[in-house]
Design a protein around this ligand. Structure first.
Ligand SMILES: Nc1ncnc2c1ncn2[C@@H]1O[C@H](COP(=O)(O)OP(=O)(O)OP(=O)(O)O)[C@@H](O)[C@H]1O
Length: 363
């Protein structure tokens, strides 16, 4: 056996047998961001046999404080591809497959079918419900992790018939409750901790050691260092899923829905050419007061539905917010409402201040 695993193999309760078991196993990581980075690094370092990475996002300079696999030189590049290259350099024995797409109902079952378990490292509820339902259909364990402000949660769902994500959280919250790192902020260390716990649960399940967090959820408060475990039970009916929903309201840009990405230099060209464009800023008025583009019109995200009739269907619409997440959700909403030619301004007004107008105030 390769000596790189020596310190693991000499561990009583793990040994060569478990190392070989890990080498025969596989995991799919959904999201190569804050949680995904430590998950991928540890699984590859430890010698998992096969790793799949699903993500269509690109690296933003604001990701790097917590997504510590990436450097400023990687900004703008595809996360999954950059991650795979760096991870292969770390351990060339691992078979790594990259899916440069977002997991969505149309591709989930096909992609997930090839792996022993799925680790959700995404940042939105829709994707978690999709991963849950697909894991139930395919009878695969789902390693869950989530962060909120200074707190994180970890659990293992659907493992040997254990409770599913829907047994704990039957309903997705409303869109307005879906806040992510770009809106809430996050200290770099928290996803590192929670992702490391997820990797630990994955190894326990794959190697059949210890007690995975099934029918239990671990919560960690990083300010007080309190670790709590809550127990819960499977709820009847939640293992009976036979097919995926058509739409999981994923708070990501799904290209097939017709939302197109526009980066800030494309937006600058469009504006200087004075081609017709409705540029809508979906931030809040206090954010608008800090900085905005003269050509933009303010329609805060929660008021878009009420003002939809004021948008013209025959003129392209570009949506922007602070970093590009809220505007993606609005873009998806407008496409659902029948609008064509919808663009999301990638990286939002922050990217504009960094790349186009360095004199613009940032926050
Ligand atoms: N359905 C999905 N399929 C694959 N990857 C997903 C999906 N939904 C979200 N992701 C990815 O999960 C990752 C989550 O990372 P993280 O929570 O650190 O936030 P981020 O999107 O990188 O940054 P920020 O929220 O600051 O803009 C992102 O890379 C995102 O693209």
């Amino acid at each position: 056996m390769d000596t790189r695993y020596d310190r693991q193999v000499r561990l009583q309760g793990f040994g060569e047998g478990k190392q070989e078991q890990l080498g025969r196993s596989s995991a799919l990581v959904v999201g190569a961001g804050g949680l995904g980075v430590p998950v991928m690094q540890y699984l590859v370092g430890m010698g998992i046999g096969k790793l799949g990475i699903v993500d269509q996002d690109t690296i933003d300079i604001t990701n790097i404080h917590r997504q510590v696999l990436y450097t400023p030189a990687d900004a703008g590049k595809q996360k999954a591809r950059v991650a795979a290259a760096k991870l292969s350099a770390m351990n060339e024995l691992v078979d790594i497959t990259v899916y440069e797409e977002f997991l969505q109902p149309g591709n989930a079952l096909k992609i997930m079918a090839d792996y022993d378990l799925v680790i959700d490292c995404s940042d939105n509820f829709g994707t978690r419900y999709l991963v849950n339902d697909a894991c139930v259909i395919l009878k695969k364990p789902f390693i869950y992790g989530a962060i909120y402000q200074f707190e994180g949660q970890v659990s293992v769902f659907n493992y040997k018939g254990s409770a599913t994500y829907r047994c704990l959280f039957p309903e997705a919250p409303n869109d307005g409750e879906m806040l992510n790192c770009s809106e809430m902020g996050v200290l770099g260390i928290l996803p590192g901790m929670i992702g490391t716990y997820q990797a630990n649960e994955a190894v326990k399940v794959l190697c059949d050691i210890g007690e995975p967090l099934s029918n239990k959820i671990l919560t960690i408060d990083t300010l007080t260092n309190e670790h709590r475990i809550f127990k819960f039970k499977p709820v009847s009916g939640h293992h009976d899923i036979r097919e995926l929903q058509k739409d999981y309201q994923q708070n990501v840009c799904i290209m097939e829905t017709g939302v197109q990405e526009m980066d800030v230099s494309q937006l600058a060209e469009w504006l200087s050419a004075a081609d017709p464009l409705q540029l809508i800023d979906v931030r809040e008025p206090d954010e608008w007061d800090i900085c905005h583009l003269e050509q933009a019109r303010l329609i805060p995200m929660h008021t878009v539905a009420g003002q939809i009739d004021s948008l013209q269907k025959d003129i392209p619409i570009a949506l922007m917010c602070h970093h590009g997440m809220r505007s993606r959700a609005v873009a998806n909403f407008l496409v659902e409402a029948g609008f064509k030619n919808i663009y999301n301004v990638t990286g939002g007004i922050h990217a504009w201040a960094v790349k186009v107008d360095p004199n613009m105030r940032r926050y």
